[in-house]
Design a protein around this ligand. Structure first.
Ligand code: NAD
Length: 429
């Protein structure tokens, strides 16, 4: 099938490359000309394991990119909307980017005679596809949903860092279509993949995505709260959760306590669901707590640091790990951000190292504010303390590097450091 993919970020680029790998012809659309050029050169605009290989295999053959909606939409049968859905200042979903993409898509559809299917892959709160996307496209194109064009909501469950693998090996494929014709078109694209396809209506598909993320976020905040209690009692929370996770009703995943969750999805999606619930007159007590625990958690590392070092003013603190998790350069909502902010507010000198995310973090804290280092050893040299914020594999083998610190004090927020001769403090263990 001929597919256009609107938005070339994590979801759009990975989906486009994987659809090409599945044998489809794909055109990426992005308003950022640099991303368009990169994709056409076969270079991924973001880092994802396996993505470079897929793009270099398919770019210039069955995959290309453009900034021109008319060009992309006229030659394809189905368009996936994969643009960002950030939080607004109140934490509610900001649909302005989705609305802009829908207006451009509607204008391109107005010039097209053939039937086309519009698929929302961006994470949007329940009712958005039918109450926001469809009216905009109908209004701009002058066409009728269910007659001239099909509509479906097809949420994406990929994990950053494992996005290509997850797309090709889904646990489930959710298709929330307004009618059978739209459903058939979307479902057919995934033929050949193993995951079971779940057929629902658009609002249910939208809700499934939020519940999926909110449940995982809840597991993490729950584990962090238990970890905080265990720490006070001198109990190893990892031993506790290892045993608890063997209960098949619970599963061993997302039970690691630590500095909390970040990334482009969990924090904003839980907040967006809270906002949607409030709009319906319901105050979601549990979801509010999930966010509250997550905001407190990284700052507990500062408390632990101060309990050992006292006033942090003019002390050098090494922050190891800037990405919100390992194997990505994404720093969105990374737990290292509030930690660096708190260190700077206390007058500490911050040295920082991340295998991939240093350059992205410079956009938030430039290199006159934070001293970015080329490796962990450099960041640790002469530091009075160290905070481990990301679960990078290379941190597991750190050992002699700590010996060059003024005081080898390590506050571990991810349970990755194990070596002798340091003053080790686990966040929840
Ligand atoms: P992103 O910000 O990385 O990428 C969005 C892209 O859209 C950017 O390249 C931007 O230039 C482009 N864009 C903006 N306006 C446009 C327009 N009018 N026309 C064409 N392109 C436009 O976003 P992302 O992380 O890929 O997330 C996209 C959506 O998928 C979000 O709703 C997100 O919640 C959801 N999601 C993300 C993940 C993830 O792990 N990142 C996983 C599942 C779902």
């Amino acid at each position: 099938m001929n597919i256009s993919v609107i938005g070339s970020g994590y979801v759009g680029t990975v989906s486009a490359a994987c659809f090409a790998e599945l044998g489809h012809h794909v055109v990426c659309i992005d308003i950022d000309p640099d991303k368009v050029d990169m994709i056409n050169r076969g270079e991924p605009p973001i880092y994802e394991d396996g993505l470079e290989e897929l793009l270099s295999n398919h770019a210039g053959r069955t995959l290309r990119a453009t900034a021109d909606y008319d060009d992309a939409v006229s030659g394809t049968d189905i368009s996936f909307i994969c643009v960002g859905t950030p939080s607004d200042d109140d934490g509610n979903i900001d649909l302005s980017i989705v609305k802009g993409a829908c207006a451009s898509l509607g204008a391109a559809l107005a010039k097209k005679d053939r039937y086309h299917v519009v698929v929302v892959k961006s994470t949007v709160v329940p009712q958005t596809t039918e109450k926001v996307v469809v009216p905009i496209i109908e209004g701009v194109s002058g066409k009728k949903a269910g007659v001239d064009f099909g509509v479906a909501m097809n949420p994406e469950f990929l994990r950053e860092g494992k996005a290509v693998y997850d797309f090709m090996h889904p646990d489930k494929i959710v298709v929330g279509a307004i009618d059978k014709r739209s459903d058939d078109a979307v479902s057919a694209l995934y033929a050949g993949l193993d995951g079971e396809t779940i057929h629902v209506d658009p609002s249910t598909a939208e809700m499934i995505k939020y519940v999926n993320n909110s449940f995982l976020a809840t597991k993490i905040s729950f584990s962090n709260e238990i970890g905080n209690i265990c720490k006070k009692l001198g109990i190893d929370t990892y031993q506790v959760m290892d045993a608890v996770g063997r209960d098949s009703r619970i599963s061993p995943y997302f039970l690691n306590s630590g500095a909390g969750f970040g990334g482009s999805c969990f924090p904003k999606d839980v907040k967006a669901l809270i906002g949607k619930a409030r709009e319906q007159g319901y105050e979601p007590v549990l979801l509010n707590s999930v966010i509250k625990v997550n905001e407190v958690q990284p700052l507990l590392m500062i408390d632990l640091l101060e309990s050992r070092l006292g006033n942090l003013g003019d002390l050098t603190i090494a922050v190891l790990g800037l990405a919100f998790k390992n194997d990505t350069d994404d720093i969105r909502e990374s737990r290292s951000i509030p930690v660096i902010q708190a260190l700077l507010e206390r007058g500490a000198v911050v040295t920082a190292y991340d295998p991939m995310a240093g350059d992205t973090m410079k956009q938030l804290f430039d290199d006159t504010i934070v001293h970015y280092c080329d490796n962990a050893a450099q960041a640790l040299e002469s530091a009075h303390g160290c905070l481990v914020m990301t679960e990078w594999d290379e941190f597991r083998s750190l050992n002699s590097e700590f010996a060059t610190m003024k005081r080898p004090l390590v506050i571990d927020g991810r349970n990755v450091i194990s070596c002798d001769g340091i003053e080790y403090v686990g966040l929840c263990w």
